[in-house]
Design a protein around this ligand. Structure first.
Ligand code: ATP
Length: 311
């Protein structure tokens, strides 16, 4: 069925992300930190199926802790659908079925992927015909990571993480993700970082309010060079995430010992992302980590952003 005839159901898929670099600067007056980050969309996906309804409703399933996902207006996908309706004057509703694979509160932007998928799905379902720029503007109002989930690929985020510019990335990077059953609260990890910086007199003064991504990170991505990227990956939130969840330290050591090139906490954690040299070495690292009792997934990036699977 063509989009023009406004189908009764639209299925959209959107990727989770890892931050291959995350620099955190000072806190602006509005409470947001200055960020310089590089997102990469990876092949761990959220599926959102939107169906025509008179009211707004939502259901959640998938290989994650679905009980931790709100079903009301706190859900980012629900907020996305309502924001699109308000923006376009659409008077009906929608049922959003979320099939989640991205760990909840895992530092991989699962909620943001759901929101991006919901925007694309509802726009097609309702025939509201928004331009990419309009969808981007709504996405940016929903949260700093939502525009990236729309676009996918590899991108630099500056400002509060919301000023997005595509980054050139050649080839493919193989990652092994070690997920945790329990998530970490993003505000708790940022709060921990602030306290750690305050404890440390030397840093307490003024973390910068404007940051850049270091050139070696961008060069490594442009060259498609996993070794160089492994040497330049960094996350300012990692120390804080490790304080909140000390067991992650042993996880990182385990992956490095097995042969990953580098391991990093993704975003605010607790997911740990290991960069591997080849698909084969990633499969080996994944297998060994599983044998050691970890939940380990082999994914690759970059992959495209939110896209329609069927309509
Ligand atoms: P953040 O984007 O805040 O860094 P994250 O990527 O670590 O978060 P998410 O799974 O996106 O983790 O969601 C974090 C919190 O947001 C969850 O604990 C949950 O309470 C709430 N939430 C809202 N909408 C969703 C959604 N669609 N899926 C998962 N969690 C959601």
């Amino acid at each position: 069925m063509s989009l023009a005839s406004f189908p009764p159901a639209v299925h959209v898929r959107a990727p989770g992300k890892i931050n291959v670099y995350l620099g955190v600067g000072g806190r602006h007056d509005d409470g947001y930190h200055a960020l310089a980050t590089v997102f990469q969309a990876v092949s761990l996906y959220e599926d959102v199926i939107a169906r025509e309804r008179d009211v707004f409703s939502l259901s959640v399933s998938g290989a994650v802790d679905a009980d931790a996902v709100p079903l009301d207006d706190r859900n980012l996908a629900m907020r996305a659908a309502k924001a699109l309706a308000a923006e376009t004057g659409y008077a009906g509703g929608v049922h959003l079925e979320l099939r989640k694979n991205v760990p909840v509160a895992g530092g991989m932007g699962g909620g943001s992927a759901d929101a991006a998928a919901a925007l694309v799905a509802c726009d097609a379902l309702w025939g509201t015909g928004c331009s990419p720029q309009q969808l981007h503007a709504i996405a940016a109002r929903l949260g700093a990571d939502v525009p990236f989930a729309l676009h996918g690929g590899t991108a630099v985020g500056t400002g509060r993480g919301d000023q997005l510019n595509p980054a050139l990335a050649r080839g493919r990077f193989d990652w092994v993700l070690v997920t945790s059953e329990r998530g970490l609260s993003t505000p708790a990890v940022y709060g921990r970082l602030d306290r750690m910086r305050n404890e440390n007199g030397a840093l307490a003064d003024d973390p910068p309010l404007s940051l850049d991504v270091p050139i070696p990170v961008l060069q490594a991505l442009r060259a498609g060079d996993a070794h160089s990227l492994a040497a330049s990956m960094f996350n300012d939130l990692e120390a804080a995430a490790l304080r909140e969840r000390p067991a992650l330290d042993a996880t990182i050591s385990a992956g490095l010992q097995i042969g990953a090139l580098s391991g990093i906490v993704s975003g605010s954690g607790p997911t740990v992302a290991f960069l591997c040299e080849t698909p084969e070495s990633a499969r080996y690292v994944q297998g060994e980590l599983q044998t050691a009792g970890h939940e380990a997934l082999h994914v690759h990036g970059p992959v495209p952003g939110a896209r329609i699977i069927s309509a």
